[in-house]
Design a protein around this ligand. Structure first.
Ligand SMILES: Cc1ncc(C[n+]2csc(CCOP(=O)(O)OP(=O)(O)O)c2C)c(N)n1
Ligand SMILES: [Mg+2]
Length: 626
């Protein structure tokens, strides 16, 4: 057997550079580069290997380890999970900084390869700098914290273990049902140990991604149920986009007249003006989708995991007879809500069902009703885009300006705060990859980093990052990385003095926005109306902060300045931040939808008591779907 004497880290880098995936006869390189921040736990191991082979794997510097995992996740999402990036860190805080990123990637079913350094396998230097000791558990290190937030976890204690671990890691990352964060914890001494690796291990390897079909009898039963339905509704999830099923789904919707709603991850499956496109569903859904959902007799979920937002905490589907048909490559998702499980690839299954439906369509009356709801909703969007709120702009005007002034292929990116809900309702999606909202983990701080991943994955598109002031403050530093990499972002920084969405939630539950606004307390106390009481704005200038990080900054106080800034931003080739103050209290209503948030069962405040009664009314509408 031919072998090559390499350190474990060198073998890992050579292996990663040789991994490809194939789907629909097209091959892609799977690991396109490696982000990292070096410390004593990786600089001489993985760092040395990357330095020795710069031709094999491009190295990128990040500013925060959490940020680099978001970059990798944004990249993988943009590439429909057919490619990703690796992330190398030191031991200790560098490693654990990646935990939030790992959870966000896993919950969104996005492959990322995380390579945290780990304490010495030899244990000689114990406790080494940054080693957290656990008396009584010799085998533990802080990297064990990754176990619940990843899909595959391993620690390479001997160099030869890499062979099995690396293959297992690739299998999981390329599995459409299992993918998520993969952790290979690399003890710092083992990274530099040499071993005679089989050459076969390092050769080009192709991982095939198939398009499995569900059992034919299940497909036939599903087709029969749909043919017998009067008010069917599709819920398109992220799986539609990842499996490149958008064209097939659009054809099915057009031909059968079955209307389609979209989850956050599935938004963009249909262009907003496609016949039968009802837009976002659920807690952050449109009136059109939520009205149809309330009456639907058959719900066809395609590539969705039915998050609590999608089902409006199980109140969205009120037809007593409603049943579910779930197309999903992951068996666990396909069984949700006691659905008829169609375990398979979204595209192949949608096409198969379309054939089996063999010309069947919904009634003209139903088609007309959906068409009317869609048209009415579009008017509501126009109203909110041009609401002319003064003196400060409403956030919906900012969203509208970005939508109207961005190109059809451009990408909008967001993650937390009030923006994702507003985008889910109001963004007019024109391209299947044009809407990128991380709403699985809804991680404050994903926005700029994730947006950078999108830009690296497709430099031909302009990327518009919509970020709230508080999320900006959690992680703005990858602006520096975007400048260093020449990867331009247009960041629209919406300032409303802090945690406005949570303030709104708090007020709606009787707690007066307590603790959600950035302000000085002029009277030194927090009253009942803590949020609105004569607070004084903090002397904080986020626009200046962005300028300090190297961005080209525009300040926009009104529609004209905002539009001028967005137009001028297109001609600038480094990262732009458009800073816009907006009215904290001018939000978007919810459209006949609910979200279960617990409310205190006993409280002093009359407002909380009232909120508890509302809560109980909501709970009474909750369904089991058994
Ligand atoms: C890391 C993290 N911490 C806390 C939360 C809970 N949370 C959700 S939205 C929000 C406020 C976000 O503020 P901002 O980004 O300014 O957006 P706004 O709500 O003002 O629109 C908070 C604290 C979260 N999603 N992520
Ligand atoms: Mg805010």
């Amino acid at each position: 057997m031919k072998t090559l004497r390499l350190t474990m880290a060198q073998a890992l880098i050579q292996f990663l550079a040789a991994q490809y995936v194939e789907r629909d006869s097209i091959e892609h390189r799977f690991i396109e580069g490696c982000f990292g921040i070096f410390g004593h736990g990786n600089v001489t191991g993985v760092g040395q290997a990357l330095a020795q082979h710069p031709d094999l794997l491009t190295y990128y510097q990040a500013r925060n380890e959490q940020g680099m995992v978001h970059i990798a996740a944004g990249f993988a999402k943009m590439r429909n999970r057919l490619a990703t990036l690796a992330c190398t860190t030191s031991i200790g805080p560098g490693a654990t900084n990646m935990i939030t990123g790992a959870a966000a990637a896993t919950i969104n079913r996005l492959p990322v390869l995380l390579l945290p350094g780990d304490v010495f396998a030899s244990r000689h230097p114990d406790p080494v700098l940054q080693q957290l000791e656990t008396p009584g558990r010799g085998e533990l290190s802080v990297n064990d914290c990754f176990r619940p937030v990843c899909r595959y976890w391993d620690r390479i204690q001997r160099p030869e273990q890499l062979v099995q671990a690396a293959l297992a890691a690739m299998r999981v990352m390329t599995s459409q049902a299992e993918t998520g964060a993969v952790i290979l914890a690399l003890p710092q001494d083992v990274q530099v140990e040499a071993f005679d690796y089989p050459v076969e291990f390092l050769k080009r390897r192709v991982w095939h991604i198939g398009r499995p079909l569900p059992d034919p009898s299940a497909l036939e039963r599903a087709a029969a149920i749909i043919r017998g339905s009067r008010k069917p509704l599709i819920v398109a999830g992220g799986g539609v986009i990842y499996s490149d099923a958008t064209g097939s789904l659009q054809r099915l919707v057009k031909r059968t007249g079955i209307p389609a709603s979209e989850t956050q991850a599935g938004k963009g499956s249909l262009p907003f003006d496609h016949p039968g496109a009802l837009g976002g569903i659920g807690t952050t859904g449109t009136l059109a989708a939520n009205r149809v959902a309330a009456e639907a007799d058959v719900v066809i979920g395609v590539g969705t995991r039915y998050s609590d937002f999608t089902t409006a905490s199980k109140t969205a589907f009120q037809n007593p007879e409603v049943c579910f048909i779930n197309i999903n490559v992951a068996e666990s998702d396909s069984h949700k809500l006691s659905g008829l499980a169609l375990v398979g690839d979204a595209r192949a299954t949608v096409e198969d069902l379309d054939e089996r439906l063999n010309g069947w369509t919904v009634s003209d009356e139903y088609r007309q009703r959906c068409k009317q709801l869609q048209a009415d909703w579009d008017k509501e969007v126009s109203r909110l885009y041009h609401i002319r709120h003064r003196p400060l702009l409403a956030q919906t005007e900012v969203l509208g300006a970005v939508n109207e002034l961005s190109g059809p292929r451009d990408v909008v990116v967001s993650a937390a705060g009030s923006m994702p809900g507003d985008l889910h309702k109001l963004w007019r999606a024109r391209d299947t990859k044009g809407y990128h909202v991380e709403y699985g983990y809804s991680t404050m701080g994903y926005e700029i980093a994730g947006g950078l991943g999108v830009k690296l994955a497709d430099p031909s598109r302009e990327v518009y990052v919509m970020v709230g002031d508080a999320s900006y403050l959690m992680m703005a530093q990858e602006i520096v990385t975007s400048i260093q990499e020449g990867a331009k972002l247009t960041v629209v920084l919406v300032d409303n003095d802090g945690y406005a969405s949570i303030g709104d939630l708090s007020r709606s539950k009787g707690t007066a926005g307590f603790g959600t606004r950035y302000f000085y307390r002029s009277d030194g106390s927090l009253g009942d109306d803590a949020e609105r009481s004569n607070g004084v704005r903090l002397p904080v200038d986020l626009a200046l902060n962005a300028e300090g990080l190297g961005a080209h900054v525009f300040r926009a106080r009104n529609t004209q300045e905002l539009r001028d800034a967005l137009i001028a931003a297109k001609k600038i080739d480094r990262t732009v931040v458009v800073y816009v103050p907006v009215d904290r209290y001018e939000g978007v209503p919810s459209y006949e939808s609910w979200w279960e948030v617990p409310v205190a069962e006993v409280a002093d405040s009359a407002d909380v008591k009232k909120a508890r009664q509302d809560h109980e009314r909501g709970v009474a509408r909750r369904r089991w779907h058994l």
